[in-house]
Design a protein around this ligand. Structure first.
Ligand code: FAD
Ligand code: FES
Length: 271
């Protein structure tokens, strides 16, 4: 029996801060005298002393167990406060929490990763893992949609990833100068070599994810092979408070945040 209190955070220190876009920063956190073994798709509860606690996906490679990165989009009180953090600041972390992507099941098959907006933060650890273990996977494609050019994050990382995976970026509100693809991610699904046995990992806003799942189903992809990462309001993060309950009775923090599209309804994905 473990005597560790799951509500007690462990200490981390901000190691580096990277501006990704006007509203988004990535914090590199050093774990103080401890290490974390996690699997892509899991999240942590981040505690800002005097401010509060909120869930964030781990956005770094699981191969480094002494540091984690999290990408934070400015939304309300806690995320605004997080944007003022500087190297050396001390924080608390609980985790890793939640059900991850089934990375072993993904091995040997083609993988399509579909991200929209800040949803790419929930998929970055998976991308880093695949890039770091490239020979274990078949054809890998990242289809990334954002609204404006200035919303695109991980620009430096994408240059690095592009030498081992295919990357398709599309903007739904492109400026006239934008040279790349235009439209929503669902407008570009037909450009991908969809195969019956490929796996698909998705994260984005609820309505967009529901429409992507619907489009993929119409294109004949089995929902058993579609994995969505959901975001819901949370409190405990460990299945005790029911704050994150979704239609169908599952809890996002414990049963997810990664779900097979066959396990939950389209309404639960899009709610
Ligand atoms: C499993 C999980 C992983 C997450 N990963 C990331 C991540 O990697 N990067 C990131 O920037 N954010 C992530 N989030 C969302 C993040 O937790 C919220 O943005 C944060 O809690 C907002 O806190 P706040 O005090 O700044 O804003 P609040 O004042 O609490 O809220 C500001 C606005 O954001 C909305 N909001 C707050 N929390 C959520 C939520 N959980 N889901 C949807 N809308 C919300 C509120 O309705 C409100 O409109 C994740 C959420 C979950 C559940
Ligand atoms: S956040 Fe408490 S049960 Fe999920």
């Amino acid at each position: 029996m473990s005597l560790t209190n799951p509500y007690l955070p462990r200490q981390v220190t901000v190691n580096a801060v990277k501006n990704e876009s006007l509203e988004t920063k990535t914090l590199r956190l050093k774990l103080q005298n401890w290490s974390m073994s996690f699997v892509p798709g899991q999240f942590v509860q981040l505690l800002l002393p005097g401010v509060g606690e909120a869930p964030f996906c781990i956005a770094s490679s699981p191969s480094d167990q002494r540091h984690i990165e999290i990408t934070i989009m400015r939304r309300g009180m806690l995320t605004n406060a997080a944007h003022y953090l500087r190297p050396g600041d001390a924080l608390g972390v609980r985790g890793p929490l939640g059900r991850p992507f089934p990375i072993d099941q993904f091995e040997g098959k083609d993988l399509l990763i579909i991200a929209t907006g800040i949803g790419i933060a929930a998929l970055k650890s998976l991308i880093e893992h695949v890039v770091g273990n490239r020979s274990k996977y078949g054809e890998v494609t990242l289809l990334y949609g954002a609204r404006f050019p200035e919303d695109l994050v991980y620009r430096e990382d994408m240059k690095h990833w592009s030498s081992s995976i295919k990357i398709i970026v599309t903007l739904s509100k492109a400026t006239p100068e934008w040279q790349g693809l235009r439209g929503r991610v669902t407008d570009h699904l037909h450009e991908i070599n969809l195969k019956d046995d490929m796996n698909i990992a998705i994260c984005g806003s609820p309505t967009v994810m529901a429409s992507i799942v619907q489009s993929l189903s119409l294109l004949g992809i089995n929902k058993e092979r579609i994995f969505v990462s959901l975001e819901r309001h949370m409190k405990c993060g460990i299945g005790k408070c029911a704050r994150c309950l979704i239609a169908g009775g599952k809890m996002v923090c414990k049963d997810g945040p990664v779900f097979k599209a066959s396990e939950i309804s389209l309404e639960a994905i899009g709610e």
